[in-house]
Design a protein around this ligand. Structure first.
Ligand SMILES: CC(=O)N[C@H]1[C@@H](OP(=O)(O)OP(=O)(O)OC[C@H]2O[C@@H](n3ccc(=O)[nH]c3=O)[C@H](O)[C@@H]2O)O[C@H](CO)[C@@H](O)[C@@H]1O[C@H](C)C(=O)N[C@@H](C)C(=O)N[C@H](CCC(=O)O)C(=O)O
Ligand SMILES: Nc1ncnc2c1ncn2[C@@H]1O[C@H](COP(=O)(O)OP(=O)(O)OP(=O)(O)O)[C@@H](O)[C@H]1O
Ligand SMILES: N[C@H](CCC[C@H](N)C(=O)O)C(=O)O
Ligand SMILES: [Mg+2]
Length: 487
């Protein structure tokens, strides 16, 4: 139980009706979860408006209601608090309710279109190897030191974040690495958190269905940096044309990394092979199993972060060289027939291009590249023709298929991908709606030394159609299909 007055500390209230000297049990933004003596925060969403459920929440026992508009009928014994922005108020309430757990550890936020999961997971693994208790909040999972929790979002809601951070406090976690998505920043899921640092990876085409345009998408990412305290570091990628923008208005210590331009942390790629690459960082050589120029950026970002958080440089380099690929990110195996199958979470045009550039650069002869790819439903439609174009242009054979169609027609999504294929590439494209069949077909078409890329779903273990998730795992599917052919 907490005193309402205490958890309201820092919330700017425009009107109060009722007593704030009352004990409350919990905080919720979903009326369906409200129980006796809870606080209900009414948030305006994209599908509905939490204000519609205030009465329902009170019926279920809410002792206090936080809202942007007071309801017509105020119930006796319930405290009503009017605020300008419910999401911001929720963020402050959540931090206060859990005793501001982000202040008791070093929380680092990672933002950017691609690379957030890779960088945050590598940092988690690196700091664990260095002997620390570490936390991770990522697309794949949440880790409270060694305890694993499932997640549905890249950046969870602000109550879940604070709840997990508070658990981290209890377990003595010293560092937490957290992905901060643009949706998360926009919906203020990361507000009120005390960051020790923030990292910007890159910015390219994604989520232009949700954000009005690219400039708005960029400015939302920048808000993470704008809100950093003076004590934090703000680490940006200067090779990305939006890298500098992130640092424009931050109070934090400005730090940068780059491969092509002058920066505080610099690296050079000395050698590229299929099973790894050799980098030069700070006059020291680093061998990593993670390949691709994009991973050179990821590795440099984690090296810089480790330094900024006080790890010893040589020790960091040694530990980085032991890091494995993150699940579903360039995860590969070679079949008995010498066919290489790669599963990668590339679900944006830039990621798909990067992965195909990496694969094509590693070809030694006339082996074929066969790409199986789809685009998610209920997500940015403008990505579809661009990804269709890239897959058909940069592969010898492209097979368009379903990703997570969600509520959309898989046929329509594939047609939108096909619209991006240049006439000279149409002969290279097959469209097979069923993802299992598409993967099987790729395996049947592959000859010895060929490379199959299955892109878009990476670590995901489901496929979502019409709100129903069925088990589906790209890595298992491609492995089974190739094993079948090996018999
Ligand atoms: C577009 C989007 O981000 N939507 C998120 C948003 O939902 P919403 O705004 O549509 O909520 P809503 O359904 O309209 O409801 C409004 C309010 O009424 C409340 N309500 C609703 C019904 C009821 O009976 N009672 C009640 O109180 C809801 O709890 C909510 O507070 O707030 C919900 C609660 O936090 C989220 O679950 C939901 O995520 C949806 C499921 C989603 O798919 N989000 C994706 C796009 C997302 O956030 N992705 C990013 C990654 C993107 C990246 O790759 O960078 C992520 O961080 O995961
Ligand atoms: N630094 C990078 N620059 C460009 N592409 C990258 C980078 N790192 C990874 N990728 C590509 O993007 C894909 C997704 O990577 P990752 O999961 O790390 O990104 P993310 O930012 O977490 O994505 P999401 O927004 O879905 O959470 C990878 O599978 C790889 O193809
Ligand atoms: N975080 C991304 C993941 C996309 C993954 C892709 N497989 C899809 O389902 O579209 C999003 O929610 O847009
Ligand atoms: Mg991610």
């Amino acid at each position: 139980m907490k005193l309402l007055k205490d958890i309201l500390y820092g919330v700017s209230l425009s009107a109060v009706s009722g007593d704030t000297n009352v004990m409350i049990n919990n905080v919720h933004f979903d009326s369906r979860q409200v129980e006796m003596d809870d606080v209900f925060v009414a948030v305006r969403g994209t599908l509905t408006d939490g204000h519609k459920y205030i009465q329902k929440a009170v019926e279920l026992g809410a002792k206090a209601v936080v809202c942007e508009e007071l309801p017509d009928i105020l119930v006796n014994g319930v405290t009503y608090l009017k605020v300008v922005d419910s999401n911001s108020a929720l963020a402050v309430l959540a931090s206060n309710f859990y005793d501001n757990p982000s202040k008791n550890l070093k929380l680092v936020g990672i933002t950017g279109t691609n690379g957030k999961t890779t960088v945050s997971t590598l940092l988690y693994n690196l700091f664990k190897k260095a002997g620390y208790k570490v936390g991770l909040i990522s697309t794949i999972k949440i880790m409270v030191d060694k305890k694993e929790y499932k997640t549905n979002h890249t950046t969870p809601d602000v109550l879940t974040i604070n709840q997990r951070l508070s658990q981290m406090n209890e377990d003595g976690v010293e560092f937490c690495f957290m992905e901060v998505s643009s949706h998360g920043i926009h919906q203020k899921r990361s507000e009120g958190l005390h960051f020790a640092g923030a990292i910007f990876t890159n910015l390219s085409h994604d989520h232009l269905d949700y954000h009005k345009n690219f400039a708005e998408y960029r400015d939302i990412k920048k808000k993470l940096f704008d809100a950093l305290p003076k004590s934090a570091f703000a680490l940006t990628n200067l090779d990305d044309k939006n890298g500098k923008v992130m640092l424009q208005n931050t109070k934090a210590r400005k730090q940068s990394y780059a491969l092509k331009t002058y920066a505080d942390y610099r690296a050079q790629i000395l050698e590229k092979q299929f099973n790894g690459q050799l980098l030069k960082i700070d006059d020291n050589e680093l061998w990593s199993k993670l390949i691709g120029d994009f991973n050179a950026y990821n590795l440099l970002a984690i090296y810089a972060t480790a330094d900024l958080l006080g790890l010893e440089k040589m020790e960091t380099l040694k530990l980085i060289s032991e890091l494995e690929n993150v699940d579903g990110r360039f995860q590969y195996f070679i079949s008995k027939e010498k066919i290489t199958a790669i599963v990668d979470y590339a679900h944006t045009p830039d990621a798909l291009k990067n992965v195909l550039v990496t694969i094509n650069a590693l070809r030694t002869g006339n082996e074929n590249v066969i790409t199986v790819v789809g685009c998610g439903g209920d997500r940015d439609k403008s990505k579809r023709p661009v990804m269709g174009h890239i897959a058909s242009e940069m592969s010898n054979q492209a097979i368009f298929t379903s990703d997570n169609p969600r509520t959309e027609s898989p046929t329509t999504i594939i047609e939108e991908m096909e619209a991006g294929v240049e006439p000279q590439n149409t002969r290279k494209v097959l469209s097979i709606e069923n993802r299992k069949q598409a993967i099987k077909t790729a395996c049947k078409l592959a000859l010895a030394n060929d490379i199959i890329l299955v892109a878009g779903k990476g670590h995901e273990t489901y496929q979502e159609t019409d709100g129903v998730r069925v088990d589906f795992d790209d890595f298992k599917e491609v492995k089974a299909a190739l094993a079948e052919l090996d018999k």
